[in-house]
Design a protein around this ligand. Sequence first.
Ligand SMILES: NC(=O)c1ccc[n+]([C@@H]2O[C@H](COP(=O)([O-])OP(=O)(O)OC[C@H]3O[C@@H](n4cnc5c(N)ncnc54)[C@H](OP(=O)(O)O)[C@@H]3O)[C@@H](O)[C@H]2O)c1
Length: 243
Amino acid sequence: MSQTELQGQVALVTGAGRGIGRSIALALARCGADVGLVARTVGELAVVRSHVEALGRRALVLPTDVAVEADVRVAVGDLVAHYGRLDILVNNAGFGEFGPLEHTSVAQWDRMMAVNARGAFLFCRESIPHLRARDNGRIVNIASVVGHKGYVNQAAYSASKHALVGMSKALAREVQADGIRVHVISPGGVDTGLIGDARPDLDRSVLMSPDEVAEVVVFLVTRRGNAVIDEIRMRRAASTPWD
Ligand SMILES: NC(=O)c1ccc[n+]([C@@H]2O[C@H](COP(=O)([O-])OP(=O)(O)OC[C@H]3O[C@@H](n4cnc5c(N)ncnc54)[C@H](OP(=O)(O)O)[C@@H]3O)[C@@H](O)[C@H]2O)c1
């Protein structure tokens, strides 16, 4: 991938402090983009910013709880005020608490929906006017294989990812005429802190790496021409094909 493919473009990545989002932010910076870094843990974002700057790109730390409407509005506003544009939005922030539905509290259910679904909704809503102003506005939503199927102990998490996928399908049609493309990536197990809670049964050596998800983000947002890929599902090599 060319190091200047995204030069002059600005990306906003949520959940950019660690795991998959960190890899995505760095991969976009390697392609020439400046990046806005969203999460709650400022120390982690500051480390990612230093890595982006070492690549010769600019990064803006935007401490934000993606579930809070006012915070999201401020984050997008600050980013656009700082860089003057927004080309690529990656909704990656997410979390899960895992256990039987029978023992899931309303607070747990609401929090997963608020972060994984409402957070992406809010960032899309606030970003659309800015993406519309570009030639090639791009939204990439990081869902999950559980946005399509169910796993034991993941009912609330799965519901939140189904919501994200459903929102993405409708939004893709709403903004099509504006030249904004909405993509969904649905990974299986990726080697981050989150998977240890979700699938303690899995040996970490069989997991995908965060960089492999980031490669797919770069592939999607750098595509030009008439072919559009709505969704990419990614699975561990050892998992069942077409499951
Ligand atoms: N790991 C997997 O196997 C896997 C598979 C499929 C899909 N995914 C999805 O991939 C995305 C990234 O997950 P990951 O595995 O990289 O997890 P991770 O390592 O735990 O990173 C999650 C990131 O999201 C941020 N975040 C969480 N809640 C937030 C909130 N309320 N506001 C702002 N930022 C928030 C975290 O920062 P703070 O805590 O500092 O806010 C962190 O930067 C999630 O949407 C997850 O559902 C993961």
